[in-house]
Write a protein that binds this ligand. Structure first.
Ligand code: SF4
Ligand code: SF4
Length: 136
């Protein structure tokens, strides 16, 4: 999966919206290889080593599905990396789901988020990719 081909950023629309998606739930890193390239220079860590290192990065595992998937910490206001002026991560570092979300102007005209996440970035895909990663 090549995320760079998927990104549809609309900074103006997202600024106007104020980050409604971020104030709901943080996005996930769907692709393990991309995650390790960003945070560990490509070094692939064991589950237990990564578990030890996540808090220092402001990250947690989502693991209710039975498969640990790294994500930003959640707080009452949504994602802990959300700020009034945007995301605390650079575009290169941002979770795959955050980058893949396609901004829709309809969001400004309704309650909640009308922006669309392509199927290959849905939670189930993250679960499959990380499940496979932890098995090897
Ligand atoms: S909810 Fe949609 S329009 Fe609003 S910040 Fe998120 S991606 Fe942008
Ligand atoms: S990581 Fe950034 S873009 Fe993703 S939910 Fe958090 S603040 Fe929003």
């Amino acid at each position: 999966m090549d995320l760079t081909e998927q990104i549809v950023l609309d900074p103006q629309l997202c600024r106007e919206c104020g980050g409604r998606c971020c104030q709901g739930s943080p996005g996930l890193w769907v692709d393990p290889q991309r995650f390790f390239a960003i945070f560990f220079a490509g070094q692939q860590l064991s589950l237990e080593t990564l578990r030890d290192k996540l808090p220092g990065l402001g990250l947690v595992f989502w693991e209710k599905s039975g498969v640990p998937i790294p994500a930003p910490v959640s707080v009452m206001a949504g994602c802990a990396f959300w700020r009034e002026d945007g995301c605390g991560f650079s575009t290169e570092e941002r979770p795959c789901q955050c980058l893949a979300l396609i901004p829709a102007v309809q969001t400004l005209k309704q309650q909640g988020c009308a922006c669309r996440l392509p199927k290959q970035y849905h939670f189930e895909q993250a679960r499959l990719a990380w499940g496979e990663y932890w098995r090897v």
